[in-house]
Design a protein around this ligand. Structure first.
Ligand code: SER
Length: 319
């Protein structure tokens, strides 16, 4: 197995906090530097290996970390998501794009071997085919978050063409997890519903019953992050891949939870996030990721719900 020194920026976020633990299992705890700047890491994360303060908007600080730790791989997750981005679009652009360009610049100047930066279903917009959305299609998003994802995808391609930097991106759907809550996204209802089902027996959903979006369970997301990073570059014919796990409506999700918690009740009070959800695909064609680097998710709505309720239920009881 090849050895890597890995930096995870945004390590306290929804994906980072699970990914850091998985990477440390595989590559050794001292070979994975976790970096955050706003939220304190959980005890579990802090005790699992090195954790540093890092503001990716500060290019000198980023250079120092990459240089001193001889970083080979950067995962860059720091981002303002779609719903928060609509409240502060300028801040969303600033953080999402200027931190990315810093990572790309430091990456090329300091010999970083691979940069992984997630794009999103938010890169698509109302003019994109909404069902079985292909990899190569119209990218005309109507949120600032989506605008930063399209610009970011283009920057990744540019740094590859101009400097030969190995840049990789996957267009993630909504990610559902039990360890860390997402924050400020449109797909957050699909996580919050499990917490409220367990703790309150009811949930008020901010999109309507019919809203259907692509989603993925965290164990599949972790597999995606690691497999895609490790794959030999010669197999990849592009830098950005659609990936998905499943698609379901908010109503389907509630019905699945009801199978386990029959008294669970849901009400729908759509807010501004409804329009964002309506501008995104309902399902994704990820056949290129499957063909080119073996993407193969395991979880569907039923198996995810069973696992989420079990794992989250245990965790919430302990806390
Ligand atoms: N989960 C993200 C959001 O809802 C989509 O990438 O903003």
């Amino acid at each position: 197995m090849e050895k890597y020194q890995i930096l995870v920026i945004g390590a306290v976020g929804q994906i980072g906090s699970d990914l850091v633990l998985a990477l440390r299992e595989k590559y050794g705890k001292n070979n994975v530097i976790a970096a955050g700047r706003r939220t304190q890491p959980s005890k579990k994360l802090r005790e699992s290996g090195p954790f540093i303060y890092l503001d990716a908007l500060d290019i000198d600080a980023l250079k120092k970390v990459v240089f001193e730790n001889e970083i080979d791989v950067i995962y860059h997750f720091a981002s303002v998501l779609s719903a928060t981005g609509e409240k502060m679009p300028q801040m969303s652009w600033d953080l999402n794009i200027n931190s990315l360009i810093n990572v790309l610049e430091v990456g090329r100047r300091y010999g970083v071997k691979r940069i992984i930066w997630p794009s999103s279903i938010a890169a698509f917009g109302p003019t994109t085919p909404r069902e079985n959305t292909p990899n190569d299609t119209i990218l005309q998003p109507t949120t600032m978050y989506g605008v930063t994802k399209v610009a970011g995808e283009l920057l990744l391609e540019y740094y590859f063409l101009k400097y030969g930097l190995d840049t990789r991106s996957m267009r993630l759907p909504g990610i559902i997890s039990s360890e860390t809550l997402p924050g400020g996204g449109t797909t957050d209802y699909a996580v919050a519903i499990y917490y409220d089902a367990i703790q309150k027996g009811k949930y008020t959903c901010f999109v309507n019953e019919k809203t259907t979006l692509p989603m993925m369970y965290m164990p599949d997301c972790i597999k995606c992050m690691i497999d895609f990073m490790e794959v030999d570059g010669s197999k990849l014919k592009r830098h950005v891949y659609n990936v998905t796990g499943m698609s379901f409506s908010a109503g389907d999700l509630a019905a699945e939870i009801k199978k386990h918690i029959p008294e669970f009740e849901i009400t729908y009070e759509p807010d501004f996030r409804q329009a964002i959800a309506d501008s995104w695909p309902m399902s994704i064609d990820d056949s290129l990721a499957r063909e080119e680097w073996g993407w193969n998710p395991s979880y569907d709505l039923a198996s995810m719900t069973e696992d989420m309720l079990k794992v989250l239920g245990k965790r919430l009881k302990r806390e």
